[in-house]
Write a protein that binds this ligand. Structure first.
Ligand code: SAM
Length: 274
């Protein structure tokens, strides 16, 4: 059996009883960083042998681990933090095991994404996990543009030195939506920053962000601070008063922190109906 075991994202108490039992009982633990996982095992007095399985050796190591599984051994796969394969290695091993007819079972637990979602105070009935945005600005902005019309809550992981740029790009491309930035979740310096994208970006501006971050951004519909009927009525009034479509779109965009492209579409629709 291949067990895919979630481990804590900071607080070592965030591990299930089943995870501890499985880690104790398997023949081998395949870990992203054996030194890191050893700390967890030491805390719970588990002395199961460890082997490394990481981005660098994923493909070659998967084949040798599957051989051991096929020979009847039980292996637990863990990553440095949270749930394996969620922005972490594991995919190749799981795929190779499944293809080889080896049973695979999840031992679920923590993930930074679900931990942040659980406290975000935004809609969580539907969400889109985006993982890390591209590091290069052009690609990052392109990815964000593709998400502009998504009405699901958006979840991102981000490195501390890119958090400012990422929030600024999000504000520019998605509009001034509600956001939760979760820093160092479950750790001693846990911090939850709530507000609009511009407010949270301003709060972090001039600081040197440290630690690990999750960003949860409201989806397109929840983001709108104004309801559409009101917006249409206001647009109609301004057009009636002789203001130009472009001018109205600009004014509404600034007043309600909306995305100009979207507002302009509504302005044109309202203008057509008059
Ligand atoms: N597999 C992990 C999971 O299930 O969440 C994610 C691994 S990914 C390589 C690491 C990223 O997850 C970090 O850069 C950060 O964005 C996020 N992360 C992990 N632990 C976190 C924590 N305690 N607080 C906030 N974000 C965290």
């Amino acid at each position: 059996m291949l067990y895919v075991v979630a481990t804590p994202i900071g607080n070592l108490e965030d591990i299930t009883l089943r995870a501890l039992r499985v880690l104790r009982e398997v023949d081998l633990i395949a870990a992203e960083d054996t030194r890191h996982t050893r700390k967890l095992l030491t805390r719970y007095e588990i002395d199961t042998p460890l082997t490394s399985y990481h981005d660098g050796n994923e493909r070659t190591k998967a084949a040798s681990l599957v051989k051991r599984l096929e020979a009847g051994e039980d292996i637990a796969l863990v990553s440095d933090a949270g749930t394996p394969t969620i922005s972490d290695p594991g995919y190749h091993l799981i795929r190779a095991a499944a293809e080889g007819g080896v049973p695979v079972t999840p031992v679920p637990g923590v993930s930074a994404a679900t931990a942040a979602l659980s406290v975000c105070g935004l809609a969580t009935d539907r969400f889109a996990f985006q993982g890390f945005l591209p590091a290069k600005q052009g690609k990052r902005r392109e990815t964000l543009r593709q998400l502009q019309d998504d009405d699901r809550t958006l979840v991102f992981y981000e490195a501390p030195h890119r958090i400012g740029e990422a929030l600024t790009d999000m504000h520019e491309i998605l509009g001034d939506r509600a956001v939760l930035v979760g820093r160092e979740l479950t750790k001693a310096y846990e911090e939850l920053l709530r507000g609009s994208l511009s407010q949270v970006a301003a709060a972090l501006d001039g600081t040197t962000p440290r630690g690990e971050f999750v960003i949860v951004v409201a989806g397109r519909d929840e983001a709108s601070p104004v309801n559409e009927t009101m917006l249409r009525a206001e647009i109609a009034k301004l057009l009636q008063a002789g203001r130009k479509a472009n001018e109205v779109a600009k004014l509404m965009t600034q007043t309600y922190s909306l995305v100009k492209r979207d507002v302009y579409k509504v302005v044109l629709e309202v203008a057509k109906r008059r």
